[in-house]
Structures are given as C-alpha cells and as structure tokens.
Design a protein around this ligand. Structure first.
Ligand code: AMP
Length: 282
C-alpha cells in the first residue's frame, strides 16, 4: 500500500491504471477509520483493481465553531486498518494544495441540501460537494462508495454526479453499527463513558419508530412523539432534528409509508451524532 500526498502523483497513478484497463474504485473519508469505513473498502476491493482511499479532513465542510481542529486524526492507525481492508493507495492531500490561494470555485446542490443537516450546518454540503467533485477529478474512479450513515450526503452526491454528468458510479453502503446498535462514527471517540451510554437513545428511538410503523402507526406526529420522548429522557441528549421525509426528495411528510426516511441528529454533550432508517426497509 502506498501513501500519496500530491495531486499530480495521484492523478498520474490513476491515469496509468485506467490506461492499463484497470478499474479504479474510490472510498473518500476524513480518516480515524472504523469498521464502517472498512466495509466500504472491502466492497471496493471486490469491485475493482486499484482501490484508493482518501483521508482528508476537509476544512470547507466545517462551520465556524465546529470540530475541524479537534477532529480525530491518526494516520498510523488508519494505515493498518486500510491495509487490512485491502486498500492499494491512501491519498492524503494537504489543505494548502486542495485550496491554494485564489481558490474560488464551489459546487452547490440547491434543494436537497436545504433540510436536515443542511439546515443546521449552513455551507456544510457546499464544502462536501466541492471536495468530492475535486477528489473525483483527481482520483478519476470508475466507482466511488459512500455510507448510508450520511444519508443526505449520499443523496446530494448522487444528485451532483447526475446533474454534472460526472462519469462515475456512486455506490451506497449499509450503516455499520456497534454490537449495541450505535452507528459507527469517528466522532464516537469524543464520547465519555456516560455519554456513550446516552448515545444509545438514537438507535432506541429509531427502533421504537420502526416498531410502531410495523404495527401500523402512520401518523408522523405520533411517530415523532415516540422519538422525542426517548431522546428527551436522556440526560446528555438534545435534539437537533427529527425528520420524516421522502427518501429521494427529502421533503417532509405528514403520513409515513414504505418510502419514508426517519433522520435524526442529536447532540450528546458537545458531540453531534446522526442516524437514520427507511421505515419500510428490513
Ligand atoms: P467520514 O470519514 O465520516 O467522512 O466517512 C467517510 C465515509 O464512510 C462516508 O461515505 C460515510 O458515510 C461512511 N461511513 C461512516 N460511518 C459509517 C458507518 N457507520 N457505516 C457505513 N458507512 C459509514
């Protein structure tokens, strides 16, 4: 496995692989890797010849007062996990090369970025789409894999790739969870022991809403009530949003059906966690 730090070298390696007829597969991340990232890498390994993992904590997707500076970073640890999961290349560009002086071009997906995380994190998705577009231009993959944990991000990237005729297949992968149901996240590292326990309210709330839906409850007001009751009972938890929306348009609904996405963002202490489910899916 090689570690590549410059854009020119990454572009030339990918270009050579493509010229040789190889399939290039890409998994973009911000590092501090866990089993969720590993599942993307393992699937990527099956789909291609050259598997590229990027590790880049992208400054443009963090708002003022968010955790850009404290975001966990550990390349040594990541190197081991990436090698074990079959990556061929770790691409870790410097922010100064990705955003040199004079940089002024951004990609903006308009409507899909308005609700959910877009509402609580203005500018976040503009940073995400810009960096993913840049990374795709640099890595030139045939396919790129993204987790459904960041459901809205996946939808926004699909939209961008479609709208801008980018020649890459976007693959969405299932949420990987800890044994007790907490969705894996690099940010889980911020949680104290008590907060880690409190964080289980996300999966408990999601499970309760799913159970009620399975038992015939279709009123979003009633389903939201169940979620809010569970989360608000937790000492360290405060709700950012609980939304029931259509899984493709992300527009809010009043009655739930098989196409309804329940998306949750909850602050546990200072740590903001997200999770989601499509009510009609197994
Ligand atoms: P991040 O490093 O958090 O930006 O995530 C990089 C990629 O890994 C994104 O496509 C995420 O959706 C995906 N990912 C993160 N956590 C999980 C998880 N628990 N299960 C599946 N995919 C995940």
């Amino acid at each position: 496995m090689r570690i590549i730090e410059t854009i020119a070298e990454m572009q030339s390696l990918s270009g050579a692989a493509r010229d040789a007829g190889e399939i290039v597969v890409f998994v973009p991340t911000m590092g501090y890797l866990h089993e969720g990232h590993a599942s993307l890498l393992r699937e990527g390994r099956k789909r291609g010849d050259l598997l590229v993992l990027s590790i880049f904590v992208n400054p443009t997707q963090f708002g003022a007062g968010e955790d850009f500076d404290s975001y966990p970073r550990d390349l040594e640890r990541d190197r081991q996990l990436a090698a074990d999961a079959g990556a061929d290349i770790i691409f870790t560009p410097r922010a100064s090369e990705m955003y040199p002086a004079g940089f002024q071009t951004y990609v903006d997906v308009e409507r899909l970025t308005l609700p959910l995380c877009g509402r609580s994190r203005p500018g976040h998705f503009r940073g995400v789409t810009t960096v993913v577009c840049k990374l795709i231009n640099i890595v030139m993959p045939h396919a790129a894999l993204f987790g459904k944990k960041d459901y809205q991000q996946l939808a926004v990237i699909r939209r961008m790739v479609n709208d801008l005729n980018m020649n890459v297949e976007i693959v969405g992968m299932p949420i990987v969870r800890e044994a007790d149901g907490l969705a894996m996240s690099s940010r889980n590292a911020y949680l104290s022991t008590e907060e880690r326990r409190s964080a289980l309210c996300l999966i408990r709330a999601i499970s309760a809403a799913r159970d009620a839906f399975r038992n015939g409850e279709r009123s979003v007001a009633a389903l939201r009530d169940r979620v809010l009751k569970i989360v608000s009972a937790e000492p360290f938890a405060s709700i950012d949003y609980t939304e029931f929306c259509h899984k493709d348009t992300l527009e809010g609904v009043a009655r739930a059906d098989d196409t309804t996405l329940l998306a949750l963002a909850v602050k546990i202490g200072k740590t903001r966690l997200i999770d989601n489910t499509i009510l009609g899916e197994e």
